[in-house]
Design a protein around this ligand. Structure first.
Ligand SMILES: Nc1ncnc2c1ncn2[C@@H]1O[C@H](COP(=O)(O)OP(=O)(O)O)[C@@H](O)[C@H]1O
Ligand SMILES: [Mg+2]
Length: 417
């Protein structure tokens, strides 16, 4: 991608009404556009990052036999009435609207009810089980507060998965497998070491749900963590938790600010029963399906990564989700010889399959470097008159500032996977 063609421009200042660091940096660097509080458009750079996160999540969900689909945003009132969750007192984030033809619809804040109902058409016998479905979908939630940038949106991208099982044992197996899949996801996103499986409220069948909480100053949650033992407990359930059962004392737990990046729920057979999702077991009896649901906040996780790794110069992406691997920055572009040479390096890197953002703009070096730091691509390669004379390129690692001088040949070798 040639930066001269990128329609987004970097900004010196974030909009004055934006308080969250993640959104400030993402707006300034041209990843997102703030439409209104809690609502952000994804620009080309932002979409690239989101697609990379999605692909990692997709691979891990496919690994546990998840099947991808896409549900609708508009939802039926009667389905949510079956489980008493249409009420605004029970679910306080509903967006609802009225049909001109009469009747009400809801905008999907989650999809347990519609997808459980849909599965009535596909699950009739124990032979149809187990099965898992998932999707990436924009959820709409009428959040009272939206001050955390893309970490809390009124419209945001979630991966939600639903498991359907025949027996408790099969159900538990899927629940545990998804926990492992989630751990893999967060490791690959570069936040594994700071993300904890956390006992949390919201269990239907079980006492707890499990949240994935990432240590983050900008997070809205408080989690009590013991790193050595790998135990984490959400503040909401701390008082009602028997710590001795977990093998930890209150003194061993450190109060920590965290962001909830994922949440998994065990519904037991309750949801199937309420929605009317039954199957015939091998004894020929009609019994409710065991259900679980598994969410990851895709855009929230993007915000968390920005918050955690950014420095005073800008964003620092882990390689796994960076929009490009290399930021090729050409200086002295008014010199035809240099321009031809840097164009050639760009073409060669592309041919090798390296993802490159090529700063081919006519701008001062200081401006180019500042933009490059702000955008946060893992490796910056500088092409200039100086490098042409020396026969080497300066390669700077964004995360630690390490500088290497590589010949053209070494450069290509270095970036080929
Ligand atoms: N308003 C929001 N903006 C961005 N991400 C969200 C938002 N609400 C929830 N998420 C993400 O979606 C995941 C699943 O949501 P869920 O647990 O149903 O929501 P909540 O914890 O708000 O009740 C959460 O773990 C979080 O990562
Ligand atoms: Mg949650």
């Amino acid at each position: 991608m040639r930066q001269s063609r990128l329609f987004t421009k970097t900004l010196k200042e974030a909009p004055s009404d934006e308080q969250a660091k993640n959104a400030q940096l993402l707006i300034r660097a041209g990843y997102i556009h703030k439409e209104m509080a809690g609502v952000y458009q994804l620009l080309p750079l932002g979409l690239k990052v989101v697609e990379k996160i999605k692909q990692i999540v997709r691979e891990e969900m496919n690994n546990v036999s998840g099947q991808e689909m896409l549900a609708t945003t508009l939802q039926r009132k009667d389905l949510w009435e079956r489980t008493s969750r249409w009420s605004d007192e029970v679910v306080d984030v509903w967006f609802k609207s009225e049909l001109k033809a009469g009747g009400e619809v809801g905008f999907g804040w989650s999809h347990e009810e519609p997808l459980a109902n849909m599965m009535i058409n596909h699950i009739s016998s124990y032979k149809d089980l187990p099965t898992m479905i998932y999707q990436f979908q924009n959820k709409l939630r009428n959040e009272l507060r939206a001050k955390s940038g893309i970490m809390r949106g009124r419209e945001f991208l979630m991966k939600d998965m639903y498991s359907f099982a025949e027996t408790e044992e099969q159900h538990e197996e899927m629940y545990e497998a998804s926990k492992v899949a989630y751990t893999n996801v967060f490791n690959r996103l570069g936040i594994g070491g700071d993300t904890f499986v956390t006992f949390a409220a919201g269990g239907a069948f079980t006492e707890f749900s499990h949240e994935f909480q990432t240590v983050c100053e900008a997070g809205e949650d408080i989690t009590y963590i013991n790193r050595e033992k790998g135990i984490a407990i959400n503040e909401e359930v701390l008082a009602k938790t028997d710590l001795s059962e977990l093998g930890v004392t209150q003194e061993e737990l450190v109060e920590t600010k965290t962001a909830e990046v994922g949440n998994i729920f065990n519904f037991g057979r309750q949801k199937g029963e309420e929605v009317g999702l039954f199957f015939k077991n091998d004894a020929g009896e009609k019994v409710p399906v065991w259900m679980g649901s598994y969410g990851i906040g895709i855009t929230r996780v993007m915000g968390v990564v920005v918050e955690k790794f950014a420095d005073d110069k800008g964003i620092v992406w882990p390689e796994s989700i960076a929009p490009f691997k290399v930021h090729l920055v050409a200086l002295n572009t008014d010199d035809d010889e240099i321009r031809d040479w840097s164009d050639g390096v760009y073409t060669a890197l592309q041919k090798l399959g390296v993802e490159v953002l090529y700063d081919d703009r006519e701008a001062r070096p200081g401006e180019k470097f500042a933009d490059s730091d702000l955008i946060g691509i893992p490796y910056r390669v500088v092409v200039s008159k100086k490098s042409k004379e020396a026969g080497t390129f300066e390669v700077v690692t964004r995360a630690n500032g390490e500088v290497r001088n590589l010949t053209e040949e070494e450069l290509y070798e270095d970036f080929v996977e």
